[in-house]
Design a protein around this ligand. Sequence first.
Ligand SMILES: Cc1cn([C@H]2C[C@H](O)[C@@H](COP(=O)(O)OP(=O)(O)O[C@H]3O[C@@H](C)C(=O)[C@@H](O)[C@H]3O)O2)c(=O)[nH]c1=O
Length: 183
Amino acid sequence: MAIQVTDTALPGVKIVEPKVFGDARGFFFESFNSREFDEAIGSHVEFVQDNHSRSAKGVLRGLHYQIQHAQGKLVRVVQGAVFDVAVDVRRSSPTFGQWVGVELSADNKRQLWVPPGFAHGFVVTSDSAEFLYKTTDYWFPAFERSLVWNDPAIGIDWPIDGEPLVAAKDAAGKTLGDAELFD
Ligand SMILES: Cc1cn([C@H]2C[C@H](O)[C@@H](COP(=O)(O)OP(=O)(O)O[C@H]3O[C@@H](C)C(=O)[C@@H](O)[C@H]3O)O2)c(=O)[nH]c1=O
């Protein structure tokens, strides 16, 4: 197995670490291998979309989820570093409202598997960061929702000084108590 998969405090959310082959030329690694990923996760996961964003230091994107066509996301950073967060937004889940955060960087090459049913967001901790992710369903703007990043009921310990730069839609995100969830 060329990937090492580690559980997080939230069942279902997993850290994926590829085996990196370094030599005099640089490095090589398999950034995604469907057979190995499925084996590690324990079920077949089909990805349909790849996304790429770039953000400046202090930018916070999220916390996003879709109330229908829930997306699983396999996320990573190819330049810079972020603090990446998943929040369980499945009302019926024993870990509803709980969050996990992991540093993802171009250096550590860690990926985070955020299954369907979790809100996802990140803040950029380096001067800038390029963020890549695969999703298991398409983007449906009508079903997209934002949870506000600083909801005290969730209590995410973002590693930032001061206020992050957020999109207007995210500044207007809902608290968990007011949010429309999907079960
Ligand atoms: C998410 C998305 C956005 N867009 C467009 C809409 C908009 O004009 C522009 C920027 O969109 P946003 O502001 O929603 O981008 P962003 O805030 O980066 O949205 C992303 O945030 C992270 C945290 C996630 O988890 C992702 O699933 C996604 O929701 O890109 C697409 O065309 N396809 C997509 O799949």
